[in-house]
Design a protein around this ligand. Structure first.
Ligand code: MG
Length: 449
């Protein structure tokens, strides 16, 4: 039996890594970790395998003595919301987020609606690998309750946003879980909505699920042709939001995160959390408003953990996973979209006008091939080598790989968690300087191989 949890929860290709048996055993393991009692909220995305895996997961949970509340097809943040609303013991979402249609997986949430941390995943992993679960007697088997929480979710979110203007918004749901709620929610807050790919379809015929600029050309085109104020795109399970300005240009994730976070700080506190790979534009914008930026490991779970530890007002990753702890501890792409509209409304400006004054930064990335068994050694030695190469360094951050801060940029060297590579990311104020830093940094890494 292989390892259950990878870098993004339980995830893999259906029929290969992800089988009905594995997901049922996961259900039994989760039930055991919860003490073989209590309610677990279960949601799923529209993948062709999600129905099947939902059956397996529920079977395991019931057999392990838990009750199940079944939400049907919903975005991942709705599972987190429902766990809190129903005071359930845990939540489970069947999804593979932005991965291609043949993938699927399970993401778990604790009673506070926060994703399972590596510590909690470790507990499940031990139960699972030792098969230390318990199947309850026939007269202790739990029941399934079907529940539609979408009206509560939409009502709660819409109640938090007051827009004084009618915005024309094009929303691209990618045929994913956002389809069941994003257009409705945007109408609920008074927007004029044009929806794209808004029928849930497990083959995802509209576009690939990763909301990257190359996959959003249709959205950009429709924003321009309809003279919309804003374009919004979600990934497959809608825990992420990507924004397109009124000119039909995809807004860099670091920039929109910085603007939304800065707006949030004014009202709710002075700390925000982002990951080591986000642009310095976050410090410039948030710092410019008197806020403090806390840098953490890549991944939305690390962001959530740090938000809680520092009582930060918000946090997020440049990929569009944003967390607003006053609402919940899970990234929520639908709430994110409302925060962007609120930003437009408060400022009275268009999106491109909000972006125009931001400083220019140039980010470059390179993958240096590195065998799995050499990664640890290279990473142990790379720090010294980088410090020698960049003697002008102003600081070093070791929360995830090594990040060397320079007066006019930074370099981040990390071992990939899933592939045989060392990843080098650099940022600078000019393209030329970014290339220079990248050259020096990759040379340092290659020398150790
Ligand atoms: Mg996702």
């Amino acid at each position: 039996m292989g390892r259950l949890f990878g870098t993004s929860g339980v995830r893999g290709v259906v029929g290969k890594q992800i089988t009905p048996q594995l997901v049922m055993d996961l259900g039994l393991s989760l039930a055991a970790q919860l003490g073989n009692s209590g309610t677990v909220v279960v949601g799923r995305d529209p993948r062709t395998s999600s129905d099947m895996l939902e059956g397996s997961l529920i079977s395991g949970l019931l057999s392990g003595g838990c009750e199940v509340c079944r939400l049907g097809v919903v975005p991942t943040p709705v599972v987190s919301f429902a766990v809190r609303m129903l005071r359930a013991k845990a939540g489970a979402m069947i999804t593979a987020s932005h991965n291609p249609p043949e993938y699927n997986g399970v993401k778990l949430f604790d009673a506070s609606g926060m994703a399972y941390t590596p510590v909690l995943e470790g507990r499940i992993e031990r139960i699972y690998s030792g098969r230390k679960w318990r199947q309850v007697n026939w007269d202790e088997i739990g029941a399934v309750e079907e529940l539609n929480v979408l009206p509560d979710y939409v009502g709660t979110l819409a109640g938090r946003v007051q827009l004084t203007k009618e915005y024309k918004v094009v929303v691209d749901c990618g045929n994913g879980a956002a389809s069941v709620v994003a257009p409705l929610l945007l109408r609920e807050v008074g927007c004029k909505v044009i929806s794209l790919n808004a029928q849930p379809d497990g083959l995802f015929p509209g576009r690939p699920l990763e909301p990257s600029p190359e996959n959003l050309t249709e959205l950009c085109r429709v924003v321009r042709s309809t003279e919309a104020d804003l374009g919004i795109a979600h990934d497959g399970d809608a825990d992420r939001v990507v924004v397109v300005d009124e000119k039909g240009v995809v807004v860099p994730g670091d920039e929109i995160l910085a603007l939304v976070a800065a707006e949030h700080l004014n009202r709710e506190g002075d700390k925000m959390v982002t990951t080591v790979d986000a642009s310095n534009v976050v410090e410039e914008v948030v710092g410019g408003r008197g806020g403090k930026v806390i840098r953490t490991k890549v991944g939305d779970v690390s962001v959530a953990v740090e938000i809680r530890r520092h009582e930060a007002s918000c946090g997020g990753e440049p990929c569009g996973a944003w967390i607003f702890p006053r609402f919940g501890m899970a990234p929520d792409g639908l709430l994110g979209a409302l925060k962007v509209l609120e930003l437009l409304n408060t400022s009275g400006k268009r999106m491109s006008e909000l972006l125009a004054p931001l400083p220019d930064y140039y980010m470059l990335r390179e993958k240096v091939p590195c065998p799995e068994d050499r990664k640890a050694k290279v990473m142990a030695l790379v720090s010294k080598r980088l410090m020698k190469e960049f003697s002008e360094a102003t600081g070093v951050l070791r929360v995830d790989g090594i990040r060397v801060n320079l007066l006019d940029g930074w370099v981040l060297v990390r071992a990939s968690g899933t592939e045989p590579y060392i990843r080098v990311t650099v940022e600078a104020r000019t393209p030329g300087r970014a290339e220079e830093i990248l050259r020096k940094a990759t040379k340092s890494v290659k020398r150790l191989l």
